[in-house]
Design a protein around this ligand. Structure first.
Ligand code: PLP
Length: 478
């Protein structure tokens, strides 16, 4: 697609939007300007291609298509069938999966589909068989009561939030921590690394139905072959949530034991993080689990977002190109460079480094909370998010860490030198920031004071780098 075409497509689209609600057109323009002018280091974000973005803005959005390919509860779904089949086909081919389900609207939805599919396959199915019922419609009220008890009495073991797991991996405030009896595994208090012997011991004692692996903020690779061994030893279903690192799997940076697809029964993902697609989710599964995953709608989902499934197909087609593997390798190399940049300047990292796409900086060495560091960096045009560190003394709100990710700036073209410079800028801002005080003069976990001039200096230095690697080069809005 030529620059002129893309520029004209977006300029005209914004004019049409402005004719109805100009403030939305203005916010959309402003967001592009903000994204272009800041160092986006949020590990879960990326920049989807114009082809992916344009695919989302069509009339495919207008079609209801509850059901599955070829088996819809609405008429006239032939084009959505094409879209969904292509998204699933690209996903199967890209990841070498036996089955792919492209309908989940987000990562959380994908995990809900996975949980209920596992429950359907492992609990409801055998229960119905034993009760001599063909399906749930044959059950009496008393049967229902017993089935609900069975479904509500299952166990899930996942990685704890402060060790880097996700809310959906059994965290109490999330539905996953309420619908299952849950326990969590952490990381080694000394090294910050996952200890498979501890996970095994916990699994043997707790005997979960579902063992969840995967993370949002663990800066290391996971050995999924070992996780599968543990799951098999206790009769658990291994579910891997690869939302964060799907791009590294797609780009063949994670292979062998580090590739979850050949080892897990069910794999869930988002499509918008390192995979660089539209916002959405997806589930991959073995043949054994495919029939229950296929019932995601109506089990926990409503009508699929056909325009987003179309954009997933486009993004997955992009991820099957050789350039994507080069990108994924660069994402990992850049994270190494960022980590080394921090370490060589005396900063402390959780686990002492990284071997994936993210780096977790412990900011207590700067005398700051994560909240103070996040805000001071934002003032300087560096967009990150605060994150707990294992055993965090500041809790999940203020935190003691900042999470950095390389997928977005790598899409812009940043290489190792630029990421070393990013580390330099971050350390400069944080070492020139002091905690502030509360209204009554006590120590504050939220307020902070950065030396005069530091934010502007950092913005100017970032702008110099960002200008060399423009976001959506050639896209000019009239
Ligand atoms: N799973 C993991 C590991 C994540 O990191 C996230 C999001 O941050 C999700 C699931 C949820 O994704 P979504 O925000 O699309 O629901």
């Amino acid at each position: 697609m030529t620059d002129a075409l893309i520029s004209s497509a977006y300029s005209q689209a914004l004019e049409v939007i402005a004719s109805v609600e100009p403030r939305i057109a203005d916010a959309t323009r402003a967001e592009l300007a903000d994204q272009r002018s800041s160092l986006k280091l949020i590990a879960s974000e990326n920049y989807a291609s114009p082809a992916v973005l344009l695919t989302m803005g069509t009339w495919l959005s207008d079609k209801y298509a509850e059901g599955t390919v070829g088996h819809r509860f609405y008429a006239g779904c032939q084009n959505v069938d094409t879209v969904e089949s292509l998204a699933a086909e690209h996903a199967r081919e890209l990841f070498g999966a036996e089955y792919a389900y492209a309908q989940p609207h987000s990562g959380i939805d994908a995990n809900l589909v996975a949980f209920w599919s596992i429950l359907a396959h492992r609990v409801e199915g055998p229960w119905l068989e034993e009760a001599g019922a063909k399906n749930v419609n044959d059950l009496t009220e008393a049967d229902w009561e017993r089935l609900r008890n069975e479904l509500g009495n299952q166990r899930l073991l996942g990685m704890s939030l402060d060790a880097g797991g996700h809310l959906t991996h059994g965290f109490r405030p999330n539905i996953s921590g309420k619908m299952f009896h849950q326990q969590q595994y952490g990381t080694d208090p000394e090294t910050g690394l996952l200890d498979y012997d501890v996970v095994r011991a916990r699994a043997k004692e707790f005997k979960p139905l579902v063992l969840v692996a995967g993370y949002s903020a663990y800066p290391r690779r996971v050995n999924f072959a070992k996780m599968r061994e543990i799951a098999d030893e206790v009769g658990a279903t291994l579910m891997v949530d690869m939302a964060h690192f799907a791009g590294l799997v797609a780009g063949k940076v994670f292979t062998g034991d580090e590739n979850p697809v050949p080892h897990a029964h069910v794999v869930t993902t988002t499509t918008h993080k390192s995979l660089r697609g539209p916002r959405g989710g997806m589930v991959l599964a073995t043949e054994e689990y495919a029939p229950s995953v296929d019932r995601g709608c109506p089990m926990v989902l409503g009508g699929p977002l056909s325009h987003v499934m179309a954009a997933k197909a486009v993004a997955l087609a992009e991820a099957r190109r050789p350039e994507f593997a080069t990108y994924a390798k660069q994402v990992a190399d850049n994270a190494q460079s960022l980590a080394e940049g921090f370490l060589s300047r005396g900063a402390k990292l959780v686990t002492g480094g990284t071997d994936n796409h993210l780096v977790l900086l412990d900011v207590t060495g700067f005398g700051l909370t994560g909240r103070q560091a996040e805000s001071a960096l934002l003032d300087a045009g560096v967009v990150t998010n605060r994150n707990s560190v294992p055993g965090d003394p500041n809790g999940a709100w203020y935190t003691s860490g900042i999470r950095f990710g390389t997928p977005a700036l790598t899409t812009r073209g940043f290489g190792q030198d630029e990421f070393d410079r990013v580390a330099e800028l971050v350390v400069d801002v944080l070492s020139r920031t002091q905690p502030g005080t509360t209204k009554t003069g006590g120590p504050s976990k939220a307020t902070y004071v950065t030396e005069d001039g530091v934010a502007d200096r950092t913005k100017a230095a970032s702008a110099e780098m960002l200008d060399k690697f423009p976001l959506y080069p050639g896209l000019e809005l009239s």
